[in-house]
Write a protein that binds this ligand. Structure first.
Ligand code: P6P
Length: 340
């Protein structure tokens, strides 16, 4: 069967939906090409001397793996020269990276987590790359882009996606017209369309959460999880399954295909009500995809895409996936009066 390539898909989207300006199509093709290079690099493992620690920390104080830095640099080098970006931001860089004056600049802002789930790298488990695309504010034309230009709510994203480096390497993306998945054909080096209009079942019976944090959760969150665990004997009247892969990309990819709910909720260790995950380049792009697939994404109560960021590396609680489950949690939190 002749499959549609990513390039053909994007050109058809451009023709059909007018939702895809040429510069955005170029951006997505370049990011996809960089993710292909990251996939091949991740796949080398010990043979490519890419495992282990880089010996530095990111702004969150997390030890950076060699692959965090390699993947970050791959995405910078791939995007700098194209003329489609004004600047880019990464989990692995403290501040934004403005496109150098030796290159033409464009209107788009790219944000990414180059390797999501990097604690999985050294034990050969799934990791991914998450990316988000915003448009620079109109008043930015003619001046240098600053960090404040990135601080836009997730509802302003014009595209978002991820690459998942698992048994297959896949690219899952949306430009606001649904969610589409491409599988990397390693022989041809081409991204081939394999998943059209991905959609999340509203009802599900699988949750993803790091249970070791349960003593720190707000009581309504503990109530929700305890009811899932109590199965048919409990108020939910059905059994639930649990998965936790320590990679948001892997868990969300599973949820996009068979439903479920992903939770990294606010917990008492976070005095400013943040969660662990980053708003701008984890929660926003994944929330965009989840909503495009018919699911819901909140911080427990607020819609993720409505949150007005106040800092580039801001963190947030995350509840996303099958709409019925997300709505139930919001009800529990609302009736308890606990913002958790
Ligand atoms: P924990 C990976 O570090 C990450 O940012 C997400 O991809 C993942 O869902 C979560 O953190 C895992 O966190 O506390 O279980 O290691």
């Amino acid at each position: 069967m002749k499959r549609v390539t990513l390039t053909q898909f994007l050109i058809e989207q451009q023709r059909k939906e007018q939702a895809l300006p040429a510069q955005l199509r170029l951006l997505l093709e370049i990011v996809a090409r960089a993710c292909k290079a990251i996939s091949f690099t991740v796949g080398k493992g010990e043979l490519g001397d890419v495992l282990g620690s880089h010996g530095s920390e990111n702004i969150q104080g997390e030890v950076q793996k060699k692959l965090d830095v390699i993947a970050n640099d791959l995405l910078v080098e791939a995007n700098e020269w194209g003329g489609h970006l004004g600047a880019l931001a990464s989990e692995e860089m403290d501040t934004i990276h403005v496109i150098p004056n030796r290159y033409p600049k464009g209107e788009y802002l790219l944000l990414y987590d180059p390797i999501d789930g990097s604690s999985n790298i050294d034990v050969n488990l799934t990791v991914g790359t998450i990316f988000s695309v915003l448009v620079a504010p109109e008043d930015a034309s003619g001046r240098e882009i600053g960090e404040a230009d990135f601080l836009q709510p997730g509802s302003r994203q014009v595209a978002a996606g991820y690459a998942v480096y698992g048994p297959q390497t896949m690219l899952v993306l949306s430009v606001g017209t649904g969610v589409f998945g491409f599988t990397l054909d390693r022989e041809m080096g081409a991204w081939l369309l394999t998943h059209q209009n991905m959609s999340i079942p509203a009802v599900s019976s699988e949750f993803a959460i790091n249970m070791s944090n349960s003593r720190h959760w707000a009581p309504p969150m503990r109530r929700y999880i305890e009811e899932c665990i109590s199965g048919t004997e409990g108020p939910r009247g059905k059994d639930f399954n649990m998965r936790w892969t320590a990679s948001m990309v892997a868990d969300v990819h599973r949820i996009l295909q068979r439903g479920g709910i992903f939770l990294y909720p606010w917990d008492a260790r976070e005095p400013n009500r943040a969660g662990k995950l980053r708003l701008m380049y984890e929660a926003n792009p994944m929330g965009f995809l989840i909503e495009q697939a018919g699911g819901a994404a909140t911080d427990g109560q607020r819609r993720i895409l409505d949150i007005q960021p106040s800092a580039l590396h801001e963190r947030v609680g995350v509840v996303m996936g099958s709409r019925d489950e997300v709505d139930l949690i919001a009800t529990y939190l609302k009736t308890s009066g606990d913002g958790g």
